[in-house]
Design a protein around this ligand. Structure first.
Ligand code: TLP
Length: 354
């Protein structure tokens, strides 16, 4: 039984083109700055995002941590959403390694912190207060897949500028946001001082992220990356896949969004499923099993896996909430297979009569 894995877009394996490019990659010692493939990836990412420079890092977590530490001093404060990946799922690294205190705000259903709440969260000049240094956004918002608009991003950038703060975007899925909004990533992130871009989620590269920003920011980030053991020597082997991710895979994400929509609409037609279709904006679908259904969300997840080889798991922190994430290896023809399986598990008698 070939598996259908919808747990995350992080599960994507490299494409045959990527494996070929990796096998043939020109490499050198990146700690000497001599890996041509890494250098090209960094330069291309910077150019695509309209920033001065880029830095290849091992993961999205390393990209965010390195960026936060490059912007902040110990004891500084950063403003971010209480649902931000940086706050919820990155081991408190900014506090652990950088002594950076998070000041968290709620987000609305579109993934946005309220602009006035951001303004009010910025500390004044008072001996009791830490220094606010940074605002972090996440696009798309990981808890919903909602893309943040350019207008919103620009407004937050304006607040940051007015208060002499930096703006970092956790752009793990920034290309999904750009595809959904039909925008160039350069325009969408123009107001940001730094962006962390994941190559190994929907873009299919096996490993890696790139951070982009000013030359001064990247110089500092480079130093910090080295302290984390992130000087990766002949990293061109993986950067070669990253180049395909950046240039080619970033251009096809609307297919994943269309598959997510088709799957979500099919789920919405099932009487036991609770789903808000207006929230399906990119490649993420969140849904619940109604309390009146014959089985729970956890049981549905377990049976889909055991009986149909379909992996859809509860989202961390909310066992009743299931998340399905579409990606390159989830094809349009898989939609029916998943819907048939969910229907059969939830209502066998009903489905047999179909
Ligand atoms: N997110 C993973 C899990 O860690 C939850 C996923 O399956 O969605 N920023 C955002 C918005 C992310 O969603 C993730 C990964 C990261 C950063 C971290 O990336 P990695 O896993 O490469 O460190």
């Amino acid at each position: 039984m070939d598996m259908i894995d919808l747990r995350s877009d992080t599960v994507t394996v490299p494409t045959p083109e990527m494996r070929l490019a990796m096998a043939n990659a020109e490499v050198g010692d990146d700690v000497y700055g001599e890996d041509p493939t890494v250098n090209q990836l960094q330069a291309d990412a910077a150019a695509m995002f309209g920033k001065e420079a880029g830095l290849f890092v091992a993961s999205g977590t390393m990209g965010n941590l390195t960026s936060v530490l490059a912007h902040c001093q110990r004891g500084d404060e950063m403003i971010l959403s209480k649902d931000a990946h940086i706050f919820r799922y990155e081991v408190g690294g900014a506090a652990m390694y950088g002594g950076v205190q998070p000041n968290t705000l709620p987000i609305d259903r579109d993934g946005m912190m309220d602009l006035d709440q951001i303004r009010h969260a910025i500390r004044g000049d008072n001996v009791h207060y830490p220094i606010t240094r940074l605002i972090c956004l996440e696009n798309t918002a990981g808890v919903s897949g909602a893309p943040l608009s350019k207008a919103y991003t620009d407004s937050v950038a304006e607040i940051a500028r007015e208060h002499n703060l930096k703006l970092h975007i956790d752009g793990a899925r920034i290309f999904n946001a750009a595809a959904a909004l039909n925008l160039d990533v350069k325009d969408l992130t123009a107001g940001a001082d730094s962006v962390s871009i994941c190559l190994s989620k929907g873009l299919c590269a096996p490993v890696g992220s790139v951070i982009v920003g000013s030359k001064a920011f990247i110089k500092r980030a480079h130093h910090i990356r080295k302290s984390f053991g992130g000087g990766m020597r002949q990293a061109g082997i993986i950067a070669a896949a990253g180049l395909i991710a950046l240039h080619d895979m970033s251009q096809r994400l609307h297919e994943d969004h269309a598959n997510a929509r088709a799957l979500a609409e099919g789920l919405a037609a099932l009487p036991d499923i609770q789903i808000d279709l207006s929230m399906v904006r990119t490649n993420m679908i969140f849904f619940r099993v109604k309390p009146s259904a014959p089985i729970s969300a956890e049981a549905l997840s377990a049976r889909l896996k055991d009986e149909y080889g379909i992996l859809i798991t509860p989202y961390p922190g909310d066992p009743g909430l299931l998340r399905a994430v579409t990606h390159y290896w989830f094809k349009a023809e898989h939609v029916t297979r998943v819907l048939d399986a969910v229907r059969t598990v939830l209502a066998p008698a009903y489905s047999a009569a179909d």
